[in-house]
Design a protein around this ligand. Sequence first.
Ligand code: GLU
Length: 286
Amino acid sequence: MTYVGRFAPSPTGPLHFGSLAAAVASWLDARAAGGRWLLRIEDLDRPRVQPGAVDEILRLLEASGLHWDGEVEFQSARTALYAAALERLARDGRTYWCGCSRREMEDSALSIDGARIYPGTCRQGLAPGRTPRALRLRTMPEAVAFTDRAQGDITQSVEREVGDFVLLRADGFHAYQLAVVVDDAAQGVTDIVRGADLLDSTARQILLQQYLGLPTPRYLHVPVAVDADGRKLAKQTGAPAARPDDLPRVLAFLGQAPAADLAIAAKQWDPSRIPRARTLSAPAAA
Ligand code: GLU
């Protein structure tokens, strides 16, 4: 099977060191395999899109030599695909409408990613007089298991650890978990290389692939870059935007040998050297 990889940034701001590291890892893995590398802008969460961020991301990728194949895809132009997937799930009895507000879920346990585990209030149908707000997936107790190429064997019961998660949000936007699964399959993606902040989302995505009859790609999650205090590098923690001259530090962060340019780095690419860790300190800037 021909390798198809992708980078799928959300245009909520410029890329930081950690997101550039994910882009470089994904690009190197694709090029080392002689594969294609696609670029998809995940701009579904319209309220979080920052004007100018798409241009900034494209310019940084180009200036860093991370050239992509084909046209840049935008999720905001692909909502018909997500709606069709929802219809199929609904037809198969996999979804239900939920009328609960965030406040009503405040007493529920926290899930692995810090959201509330949905207590299942509307699972058997909306109580009379309740307005449908969000569409949820009816999850199953069976565990989902997969082997991540860097992080090893992962097992998760989506029902127990995450709960019935949202596919169509109360504000009308399709959820990331649904869109990413539909797009990766529609674009023929065989290999997903991304930050380990999404490791806990992977079981949800595999469950959706199974329900939609879609193939499951291979996964490789690279560590998330954190600062000296262990906080993820992001706009909120005041991390600076990444620059093309961060590339030597990115290679070191990914456990790779130094390389004068990306073509050499692709020849030397050794995924088994990627640290098996969910988070890792970013090397200090020179
Ligand atoms: N858009 C997501 C993000 O920027 C990444 C999605 C993915 O790689 O699956 O965090």
